[in-house]
Write a protein that binds this ligand. Structure first.
Ligand SMILES: Cc1ncc(COP(=O)(O)O)c(C=O)c1O
Length: 393
């Protein structure tokens, strides 16, 4: 019989160093960051080309090339490149019809940018619980909330308590693990509420062989330095809806009416377009995405095997029919005090680990927002630790 090592209050002093040594060994480094960017190919060459051409800003061939690469890779009809994932989400919400005073349903366990983007539309977030096996929005809890707490008036879904319209649902593919997106989309369709997927963390993650971000009305991706590929800073809206893509591109480029030399703008737009210099890095990064994903999958397998030798720590694994990018490998501790000690010891020893984000419904700006029952998020968020997950050289 396999002997599993128990990580309890009597034994953790032995086993935490064992995990630290393992991480140092697989990365072959004394200090390991959570997720460093990696530049494996033509990044410098394409940057040099940008500089030589003087097209470093919003005009230049790399922006459209990068959009085409992302559209092709995600199998989306359209991709619109912008300066970061937060504005990608804000703009996607706006073009999908979110208006000031509306409510937008999302989950409490995500990076703050998800709800900030909702607030930037002057809408209010409504928090719905997650599933513990995906860390993404729970379709059951979503359905329950819509059934019990909303009513339909003139084709709009209205929150019975606040009388506000619910104009979008934003599920998140947390840490790159796909949530039950097809069930969520079905519910959205039934209630006629658009789904905008926050796939900021899930480039390279597939749900039933379809790329995340490609299920709802639109999806967004982040290319921040800590993501699976980076453009320094950057974001993308992906969609199969031509009108949404056209509107997003128009608004992101100061709503300028296309013309060779005249400057006419037909609405209040934004200066959100991704610069060519960032897109140049993105193109080079995309050329190596499969290599990066393969490396990350191997790392995930190493962690999975190793963590399975402990009884009181669980490797957070994918749903069987999904193929995640393993952006951040995640483990779950039974005991919160041991979890906290693990965080302290690892970080003190140069191994960058981190807990889950503080639940958003507990943050000072969002603590008065409407929430459904959040039991799953409350329980699991105290167990989570993200392990170093970057490319192993
Ligand atoms: C879930 C989630 N949503 C949105 C964002 C925002 O992306 P960005 O940092 O590019 O603005 C991030 C990442 O940073 C994220 O992790």
């Amino acid at each position: 019989m396999l002997y599993l090592k128990r990580v309890n209050k009597f034994t953790h002093k032995y086993f935490i160093p064992e995990i630290v040594s393992f991480i140092k060994k697989i990365y072959n480094q004394e200090k390991v960051l959570l997720h460093e960017p990696v530049f494996l190919g033509n990044e410098k060459k394409y940057l040099q080309k940008c500089i030589d051409s003087t097209f470093v800003s919003y005009v230049g061939e790399y922006v459209t090339e990068f959009e085409d690469m992302i559209a092709k890779y995600t199998d989306s009809n359209y991709a619109v490149a912008v300066v970061n994932g937060t504005v990608a989400l804000k703009l996607a919400l706006e073009v999908c019809g979110v208006k000031p005073g509306d409510e937008v349903i999302t989950q409490p366990l995500t990076f703050v940018a998800t709800v900030n983007a909702i607030s930037h539309c002057k809408a209010s977030p409504v928090f719905i619980d997650i599933d513990t096996d995906t860390l993404g929005m729970s379709p059951e809890k979503l359905e329950l909330f819509l059934k019990d707490e909303t009513t339909c008036k003139y084709g709009k879904v209205i929150n019975k308590k606040t009388k506000n319209k619910i104009s979008a649902i934003v599920p998140v593919h947390t840490f790159g693990f796909p949530c039950r997106i097809d069930d969520i989309v079905q519910i959205g369709n039934r209630y006629n509420i658009p789904i905008i997927e926050d796939s900021a963390e899930s480039l390279g993650s597939f749900y039933k062989e379809k790329h995340t971000g490609n299920f709802g009305r639109a999806g967004i991706i982040s290319f921040n330095g800590n993501k699976i590929i980076t453009t320094g800073g950057g974001g993308m809206i992906i969609t199969n809806d031509e009108q949404i893509a056209t509107k997003a591109k128009h608004l992101s480029t100061t709503a300028k009416v296309p013309h060779g030399w005249e400057y006419v703008h037909d609405e209040i737009g934004y200066n959100y377009r991704m610069p060519n210099i960032n897109a140049a890095v993105g193109v080079a990064q995309m050329e190596n995405i499969n290599k990066i994903l393969k490396n990350k999958k191997e790392t995930a397998e190493l962690y999975k095997q190793f963590i399975s030798t402990f009884e009181d720590i669980k490797y957070f694994d994918k749903l069987s029919y999904t193929n995640p990018n393993y952006w951040l490998n995640t483990i779950l501790f039974n005991d919160i005090s041991i979890r906290n000690e693990f965080l302290e010891i690892t970080n003190n020893q140069g191994i960058q680990t981190r807990p889950a984000w503080r639940l958003l419904n507990k943050l000072i700006m969002y603590r008065n927002c409407i929430s459904g029952n959040l039991d799953n998020a409350l329980i699991i968020s105290d167990k989570i630790v993200n392990l170093p997950s970057g490319y192993r050289k």
